[in-house]
Design a protein around this ligand. Structure first.
Ligand SMILES: [Zn+2]
Length: 426
């Protein structure tokens, strides 16, 4: 082994250990913190949250954090297996000996890599749904629906993913040294298209989306949307109860495909005023241009990513250092793509606190928008119901929350909405 590839192997091991160590450390902090506070509802919530609900949230949070630890360990082992232990190299050699080099072999490599990864992830996904979610009363899926989701998801993934991957690999082989710039352009176009196609075509394959049926509620909601300058066509109710008792609302898309989606489970639990407030929060995400900000950031980060890939894919040590022997007389583009996709998350994991912080800032901004256009007390009570119904803990470990939470902990959000009631100092 030459020294750059030895160095890369060492960096890989270092990043793997550091990432796994951080994950396990944060999860164990979260478990200890939540467990220590499980018998005492925080003072600010004593009037609104029962002891039993508080304990359920603690048990659920701990169960998920434990599962996350197991997942992190398995992921690290798999990554090591694919790279330094020779898994990807063996798969590549096998396909080369069957098919010979060329675009089809490269596509087969990416396809079979994704398929094997998907199969290996199945037991964990099954366990999460049918053991953890099930035991807390959240799972509404039977095995049939789970399998049909799996089948549809794989099919859509192949239909959408393989053509774009084929195009990128073709560009890598034929567009010269600046291929990565072309590939970036294609990738951006693809993502923008997906932002339109996902809510209108793909998501409806898995769920039913219907306009709000309740007449009185619809009038109320339309009035709010008009006040906020939002097309009334953009509100949908989704049958989330088919799969899970978790309640949610989200915003997605842009332009004509822009929409706010309410889970039916959410509508069942909230009063009309609370629904207004949650909708105002989601509209706030549009009005404060959070989608545009995310898209612009994705543009910039992926340009950086493609430029890096453009450079790395030409370095022999990039392959050998990650446990793969590149072929000298044919293209290694699929190998480069796979290795890059595997290794980049090891680095970006350490950026998750930044991303989480940005996301939490957006949540605060949307909350502020909602308190201007709806009743802030309604938003506060809706949020509390949602935190409770989803068994989200009210007492997360502060460091864990800062690292991962895309939404601020309940205490912080409510303290901003109702500064007097919820004890802003806690
Ligand atoms: Zn939000």
């Amino acid at each position: 082994m030459d020294s750059p590839s030895l160095m890369l192997s060492l960096v890989l091991c270092g990043l793997l250990l550091a990432g796994l160590g951080t994950r396990l450390w944060l999860a164990s902090r979260q478990i200890r913190h939540v467990w220590r506070h499980r018998d005492q509802v925080p003072a600010a919530f004593e009037a609104t949250v029962g002891a039993q609900a508080h304990r359920k949230a603690a048990s659920y949070t701990v169960a998920k954090a434990r599962f996350g630890m197991l997942e992190a360990a398995i992921d690290a082992a798999l990554l090591l297996g694919w790279t330094l232990l020779g898994g990807l190299d063996a798969l590549n050699q096998l396909l080369l000996s069957w098919m010979g080099p060329g675009l089809w072999q490269q596509l087969a490599l990416i396809g079979s890599f994704a398929l094997i990864g998907g199969v290996l992830a199945l037991p964990l996904s099954w366990w999460s749904t049918f053991r953890i979610e099930e035991s807390f009363g959240f799972n509404k899926m039977n095995l049939g629906l789970w399998l049909s989701d799996l089948f549809k998801g794989t099919l859509v993934g192949a239909l959408v993913g393989l053509p774009i991957v084929a195009l990128v690999i073709w560009l890598m082989g034929s567009a010269g040294t600046l291929w990565w710039l072309w590939a970036w352009g294609v990738w951006m176009g693809f993502n923008l298209l997906l932002l339109i196609v996902y809510p209108t075509v793909i998501a409806p394959l898995f769920n039913r989306f219907e306009p709000l049926a309740d007449e009185a509620l619809r009038e109320r909601v339309q009035a709010l949307m008009q006040r906020c300058g939002f097309s009334a066509k953009g509100l949908f109710v989704m049958d989330g109860s088919r799969r899970s008792a978790h309640a949610n609302a989200y915003f997605t898309g842009f332009g004509a495909a822009k929409r706010v989606v309410f889970f039916d489970t959410l509508l069942k639990q909230l009063s009309p005023g609370e629904i207004d407030a949650v909708l105002a929060h989601e509209l706030g995400h549009f009005k404060r241009r959070h989608i545009v900000q995310r898209v612009v950031m994705m543009f910039a980060l992926s340009l950086l990513g493609f430029a890096l890939l453009g450079w790395l894919s030409g370095q022999v040590w990039f392959y050998t250092g990650l446990g793969v022997t590149p072929s000298l007389d044919s293209a290694n583009d699929a190998l480069a793509l796979i290795l890059f996709m595997m290794v980049v998350p090891l680095v970006t994991y350490f950026l998750s606190p930044l991303m989480a912080q940005l996301s939490r800032r957006h949540e605060f901004e949307a909350d502020a928008y909602a308190s201007e256009h709806a009743d802030r007390r309604d938003l506060a009570s809706a949020l509390l119901k949602l935190y409770q119904d989803n068994a989200s803990t009210l007492t997360p470990d502060p460091l864990y929350a800062r690292f991962y939470y895309s939404h601020p902990p309940a205490s912080e959000r409510l303290a901003r909405l109702l500064p007097t009631a919820a004890g802003a100092s806690t």
